[in-house]
Design a protein around this ligand. Structure first.
Ligand code: SF4
Length: 363
């Protein structure tokens, strides 16, 4: 197993835009059960004894486990390969010097901080449980603890935001000199508090303007756009996500975690209770499992690759790859994709704007 993802399914409270699988309330007993039972799932999946080259703790909110919980969780993970990337998502509200030191001592090499904005107004509107000052304090604590690579997440194109609010957040983020920045235009997902409140999503033009601004401001500060929503200083791209986008296999553990192993696509059921009950009785947790045909598998792995700034074109060895190559050449004639030489391709600026449609053409 090369790439391991662990989903920590708890948050203190739900943010108003959040459609990720996590339960609010941070019940201490349930969190203890999660940390106690995760090693059983890893053992049943055959992960024990492997040495992954990337590990990613996401969620939910991994930092909710606190310094002791994180130490225990890390102790139960397979030992990463030498030089592995070990990423952890944190909510800045949870980051104290003790938590930062525990993360570093446990082996975290990269921490992704859910900053989302540097505007008090925007953070309150999004339902975040921290202000901008906590983000600055989290960055300082993680840096003091010696975490080698820091990333900040931002949300752009908030409906009704005062002019200049996002630009100011982008500047504040850059001023903290992170190694990596992710920028996602707001998405209003069904069932979220924002959707229930009737908030309209940003228009395509608003979202595209925010992405264009992010790309040019971040490029001027030395961050290359290496994926549709991700920017990094050279050498600081997220290796785990790169592996997933390039179509490599990955193994997920925890409620709602997804895996891709060979032609099998698996999604653990999101219910923590069902996950816990199965593992208590020594069984794998319930999951939806799909077996893909060779063509479906190739098509899916190819479609995620085009999110990257540079990707390998289809190898025209099979009829489906030849069809995909023909589709790619048609997209190139329409100015949406361009060859880079050596069999590599990129989306053009216009192609990135309509990336979802391009991916559907190439599926
Ligand atoms: S902290 Fe992250 S996972 Fe938790 S509710 Fe907020 S956005 Fe969702």
């Amino acid at each position: 197993m090369e790439n391991l993802y662990v989903h920590v399914p708890f948050c203190v409270s739900k943010c108003r835009y959040c459609a990720f699988s996590s339960e609010a309330g941070a019940d201490a007993g349930r969190i203890r059960d999660f940390v106690r039972l995760l090693p059983r799932e890893l053992a049943l999946r055959g992960a024990t004894g492997t040495h992954p080259s990337t590990v990613y703790l996401g969620g939910g909110t991994p930092s909710i486990l606190g310094a002791d919980g994180l130490r225990a969780l890390f102790a139960s993970l397979p030992r990463p390969a030498p030089g592995a990337e070990v990423s952890v998502e944190v909510n800045p509200a949870d980051v104290t010097p003790a938590l930062a030191a525990a993360l570093r001592a446990a082996g975290a090499t990269r921490v992704s901080i859910g900053a989302q904005s540097f505007s008090d107004r925007a953070l309150a509107w999004l339902g975040r449980r921290h202000g901008p000052e906590r983000v600055r304090e989290a960055v300082a604590a993680l840096r003091d603890a010696g975490v080698p690579s820091l990333s900040l997440d931002l949300i752009a194109a908030l409906p009704g935001a005062p002019a200049g609010e996002f630009s100011a957040s982008l500047r504040e983020a850059i001023a903290l000199e992170p190694d990596h920045v992710s920028v996602y235009p707001l998405s209003v997902e069904p069932g979220t508090p924002l959707a229930r409140a009737g908030v309209a999503p940003p228009s395509d033009d608003e979202a595209l303007a925010a992405v264009a601004e992010s790309e040019s401001v971040l490029a001027a500060a030395g961050y290359a756009r290496y994926e549709l929503s991700n920017y990094a200083r050279p050498g600081f791209e997220c290796r785990h996500n790169l592996a997933v986008w390039r179509g490599e296999d990955y193994t997920g553990a925890g409620p709602a975690a997804c895996s891709r192993e060979g032609r099998e696509r698996r999604a653990n059921a999101p219910s923590f209770d069902a996950w816990r009950a199965a593992l208590e009785s020594g069984c794998l947790p319930p999951a939806e499992i799909e077996s893909l045909s060779g063509d479906e598998d190739e098509s899916e792995r190819f479609a995620t690759r085009v999110r990257l700034a540079r990707w390998r074109g289809p190898d025209p060895a099979t009829p489906s790859s030849r069809r995909r190559l023909a589709a790619l050449e048609a997209l190139a004639r329409d100015g949406l994709a361009a060859p880079l030489g050596g069999g590599d391709w990129t989306l053009t600026a216009r192609g990135r704007e309509v990336a979802d449609a391009v991916m559907a053409e190439l599926a």
